[in-house]
Design a protein around this ligand. Structure first.
Ligand SMILES: Cc1cn([C@H]2C[C@H](O)[C@@H](COP(=O)(O)OP(=O)(O)O[C@H]3O[C@@H](C)C(=O)[C@@H](O)[C@H]3O)O2)c(=O)[nH]c1=O
Length: 183
């Protein structure tokens, strides 16, 4: 497994080792000892998620305030542009966002540590996104950062986004700063 730094501290892009033979291929998508050694802020995973989306679907940007989740994200089918935003209280890179292209074809995986908001847009006909989480889903603790807040400077590669009602109601980064001061 090759681990590559990204523009955001502690967010890592992995390229998985693929073992091919005449039957097809095999790959390890998680191995506790190896990931523990290589992922900053690693904690054991307690939940596995999977979402299926059509082209132009935007999900995010989500995080949990009191129970932040680290996420190990993999695209099992299709292609996405993954977006992470540092929302860690007191972080010097607070509010910084980055886009990372990920596809099933390239066998990549992204480590999004606790304290980062996460989302993605589907840029293929459809996409199956699987991710492991280091804490349980707690809807009452979830914060939704508005995906298209201009303050984030994210140039989403989508002209007709399909967005949930919840995500349309997301908070701006400045509203988040006010919320931050409460906790
Ligand atoms: C996230 C989640 C949702 N749900 C339910 C709630 C709701 O009825 C339905 C759809 O939920 P959402 O609209 O929040 O799904 P979605 O927009 O796909 O939410 C996900 O977005 C990506 C970007 C992430 O990073 C994830 O952590 C998660 O927040 O599934 C669970 O039961 N468990 C979960 O862990």
């Amino acid at each position: 497994m090759k681990v590559t730094d990204t523009a955001l501290q502690d967010v890592k892009l992995m390229t998985l080792d693929v073992h091919r033979d005449n039957r097809g291929y095999f790959l390890e998508t998680f191995q506790a000892r190896r990931y523990e050694a290589q992922l900053p802020g690693y904690q054991p995973f307690v939940q596995d998620n999977c979402s299926y989306s059509a082209r132009n679907v935007v999900r995010g940007l989500h995080y949990q305030l009191k129970h932040p989740q680290g996420k190990l994200v993999r695209v099992a089918r299709g292609e996405i542009i993954d977006v992470t935003v540092d929302v860690r209280r007191d972080s010097p890179q607070f509010g910084q966002a980055q886009m990372v292209a990920m596809s099933a074809q390239h066998f990549t995986q992204l480590w999004v540590p606790p304290g980062y908001a996460h989302g993605f847009v589907v840029v293929s006909d459809d996409a199956l996104v699987e991710y492991k989480c280091t804490d349980f889903y707690q809807p009452g603790d979830e914060v939704c950062l508005r995906w298209d807040d201009p303050a984030l400077g994210i140039d989403w590669p989508v002209s007709e986004p399909v967005v949930s009602e919840k995500d349309r109601q997301g908070l701006s980064l400045s509203a988040l700063c006010e919320l931050r001061s409460v906790f």
